[in-house]
Design a protein. Sequence first.
Length: 129
Amino acid sequence: MASKEFLYRGKKLDELQKLDTREFAKLVGADSRRALLRHFDIAEKFVKKCVQRQKEGKQIRTHLRELVIVPNMIGYDIGIHNGKEFVKIRIIPEMLGHRLGEFSVTRNKVQHGAPGIGATRSSAALSVK
């Protein structure tokens, strides 16, 4: 059984990669469409930067968390800043139309350890040794 081919709004991946950023913007939802149409130059500049950095063998890193993922970004490993470090993400076709920041979590789940001595009333009576 062959694997299912990826479709985005009825278009195949190779068709999507031939589209201009502004033409792709017509396929995404309203919020992403508005962002892409207003800042298509930033998205195109970022894709050019990705191609250039890939040729040089350097890591692609960015602080542009609000950037909408376009078809020309697919396949790249991008380090997205989460406020503390760069989280390395591989762009896959299912991410199209989403923002980069959605895949780089800024808040981690808190994991508390065992309570220390003096943390509760019963442990306050225990000796420190």
